[in-house]
Design a binder for this molecule. Structure first.
Ligand code: 5RP
Length: 222
């Protein structure tokens, strides 16, 4: 079992019959969704998922996980991945460009569990650039504002399509290098105050528990 799978399967085992689950996006949550699908088949648990992207929607469908929406159900527990996790459980997310819906679903959940391999643990956020989803017409305004804030923004380019990555919501994704981030809580607020920014990938003060896959087994941080 690889380290992502280790963390994801542990989180999958914590899900209780009857829960409404936020289904995060990425290669780690891929294993979590797989585990929920297996538990439905093998144990007959009755749960429903709220997907955070086309990726998690398609995967949940493949595993025959019944789906619902935030309008229809309150989310009991969300399980999501991260690109960086600091000691106060502030995160950088959005490596998969899905951070807008992830933040909405994760924030709506009664409990948020982050699953990752232990390479995602950092002392300070900022080695990984901060993803921003932006309305494309705002690109110049957003870039100028980010440069004034000390950031180095870049439009994320697609690899199997010419031109930029387009998010599930039809927007540009940009990645901003700020270097080490001293105050992620403030930066999260400041980034969302720029007109044209739909959502940024800093998730502060939201996480209840982190489950890490390590070479010595599972490490749970609370
Ligand atoms: C997607 C995300 C992912 O959860 C994050 O990028 C971690 O991905 P992975 O599990 O593949 O390392 O935020 O927008």
């Amino acid at each position: 079992m690889n380290l992502k799978m280790l963390a994801a399967y542990e989180a999958g085992d914590e899900i209780k019959d009857g829960q409404i689950i936020g289904l995060g996006t990425g290669s780690t949550t891929h294993y979590f969704i797989e585990k929920i699908g297996m538990r439905i088949q093998e144990e007959g648990i009755s749960v429903m998922g709220v997907p955070t992207s086309y990726q998690s929607f398609i995967l949940a469908k493949q595993w025959k996980i019944p789906l619902t929406t935030l309008e229809e159900h309150d989310v009991d527990i969300a399980v999501d991945g991260a690109d960086e996790i600091d000691p106060d459980f502030n995160l950088i997310k959005g490596g998969g460009g899905a951070h807008t819906l992830e933040k909405i679903v994760d924030y709506s959940a009664e409990e948020l569990i982050i699953i990752a391999d232990d390479s995602k643990k950092v002392n300070k956020l900022g080695k990984f650039p901060v993803p921003l989803e932006i309305i494309h017409q705002s690109t110049k305004l957003v870039f100028d504002s980010l440069k004034d804030m000390g950031g180095e923004p870049k439009i994320r380019m697609a690899t199997e399509k010419d031109g930029p990555v387009i998010s599930d919501n039809g927007n540009f994704i940009i990645d901003v290098n700020f270097g080490e981030i001293d105050n992620p809580i403030q930066l999260e607020k400041d980034l969302n105050s720029i007109p044209g920014v739909v959502e940024n990938g800093i998730f502060s003060q939201m996480v209840d528990k982190v489950i890490l896959g390590t070479s010595n087994g599972v490490e749970v941080l609370k």
